[in-house]
Write a protein that binds this ligand. Structure first.
Ligand SMILES: *Cc1c(COP(=O)(O)O)cnc(C)c1O
Ligand SMILES: [Zn+2]
Length: 408
């Protein structure tokens, strides 16, 4: 379908959907797509959605692009029970939305399938993004699929090896900046203009349109209901805002009669949004040198802070920040207790759930969804460091059995 129009999230200025806009021309703030829901009702959509596979494009009526999509069959990721968290909150059910099972191993694919389809609609042949890693891995793959040229800007030394390998192998031109993600992001619009490239960072509102489908899936997976709480790691803040947009659209369609409360989780060393919410301030104070082991949320000046802050507040939700030690512990618990291996940033939502469960926030009967944003194989270095080297063992039955039984 077509977008009805574009709208500024701050001043409400309205723009034509034909425009290629990343910032409001009036006030400079973020842009969102307003989907035309005229003539769309739940009764109309329900049978159509049901006859399609449980994948992202099942919800095509609410995705504002036209023509054949650039797709790797993304979405439809599992919602898995996280049982160990129940020990900390009686009669509460916890789930992980396992977004690491998307084609390139993170939720970014939801945004890229729609964003690159939009680039194709516009006749663009070159795409660009700034990235801590997963955005570049995803864009590189979808650009290949679309036959487009791809340029990615990453912080030199700050990108996990798995993600870098994906971007390189998918044929992107990788530019490593002597600076942070925020430095890359600060230059992206001017660089894109000079190179005549289409920007696919999350300031591109079409990305968030793709990402909102995760909310539709959660609603279906919970038996056509929303969770009581949705907990999400927050970097630039696009994903949290996208979930909120998805839930709101379901509400407007009459598919559900209530909305979840949102919890945004940031790492201690990179927490401008959580800080502003905790201090009840209206604006964030950017963090100059963000630090956390969770590289995907190592962001000091988040592009979508206003959208995310508004979503959290409108939902009567909350924000919290967790130290790296809690993130790594949650990552390890999730892998050991449940068999789910996610990257550190993903585990921030589990760390948040654990903290809030211990504080007694959740009530009996509630359902809590933790968004696990990316696959553990993306960033094995962060994990392997915590294990001692494995000494080689003689390839004999005796030596192997002895080693397995923990003898020297
Ligand atoms: C991009 C990313 C995030 C942060 O998402 P935002 O939309 O920037 O808030 C979190 N975890 C992983 C694995 C990511 O790739
Ligand atoms: Zn504006």
């Amino acid at each position: 379908m077509q977008a009805a129009r574009l709208e500024c999230v701050q001043c409400g200025a309205s723009f034509s959907a034909q425009e290629e806009l990343y910032e409001c021309e009036e006030c400079g703030d973020g842009i969102r797509v307003i989907v035309d829901m005229q003539g769309l009702s739940y009764e109309y959509l329900r049978p159509r959605w049901r006859e399609r596979p449980f994948r992202l494009w099942r919800y095509r009526e609410l995705l504002p692009v036209t023509g054949e999509e650039v797709s790797l069959d993304e979405g439809g990721t599992p919602l898995v029970q996280v049982r160990f968290l129940r020990d900390f909150a009686e009669d509460v059910r916890f789930f992980a939305k396992n977004e690491g099972l998307n084609p390139t191993g993170s939720f970014k694919d939801r945004g890229m399938t729609v964003g690159v389809t939009r680039a194709k609609n516009l006749g663009r042949t070159r795409v660009i993004c700034a990235s801590t890693g997963n955005t570049s891995a995803s864009l590189a793959a979808y650009a290949s699929r679309a036959g487009m040229e791809c340029i990615v800007l990453v912080p030199s030394g700050g990108i996990a090896k798995g993600k870098l390998a994906q971007a390189l192998f998918n044929g992107a031109r990788v530019i490593a900046l002597d600076g942070t993600f925020d430095d890359a992001m600060g230059n992206i619009l001017e660089v894109a203009e000079a190179l005549d490239a289409y920007v696919l960072n999350s300031i591109n509102p079409y990305r968030l349109e793709g990402q909102k489908t995760a909310a539709f899936e959660v609603w279906e997976q919970l038996g056509h209901d929303v969770p009581d709480w949705l907990i999400c790691p927050v970097g630039n803040g696009g994903n949290m805002a996208a979930y909120w947009k998805g839930f709101e659209e379901l509400f407007r369609l009459g598919a559900v009669g209530r909305l979840p409360r949102l919890v945004g989780v940031q790492a201690d060393g990179a927490s401008p949004i959580a800080d502003a919410i905790l201090r009840e301030e209206d604006e964030i104070v950017p963090v100059d040198d963000p630090k956390t082991v969770a590289s995907a949320i190592r962001i000091g000046n988040p592009a979508n802070w206003r959208k995310t802050m508004r979503a959290i507040r409108e939902s009567d939700g909350l924000a919290l920040k967790v130290p790296d030690a809690e993130i790594l512990r949650a990552q390890s618990l999730l892998a050991r207790e449940e068999g789910l291996f996610v990257e550190p940033a993903s585990a921030a939502s589990i760390a948040g759930a654990l903290r809030l469960a211990k504080e007694g926030l959740f009530r009996p009967g509630e359902r809590v969804v933790c968004v696990c944003t990316g696959h553990g194989l993306k960033d094995p270095d962060a994990v392997l460091e915590s294990f001692p080297d494995i000494p080689p063992v003689e390839p004999t039955v005796e030596a192997i059995v002895a080693a397995a039984q923990g003898e020297p």
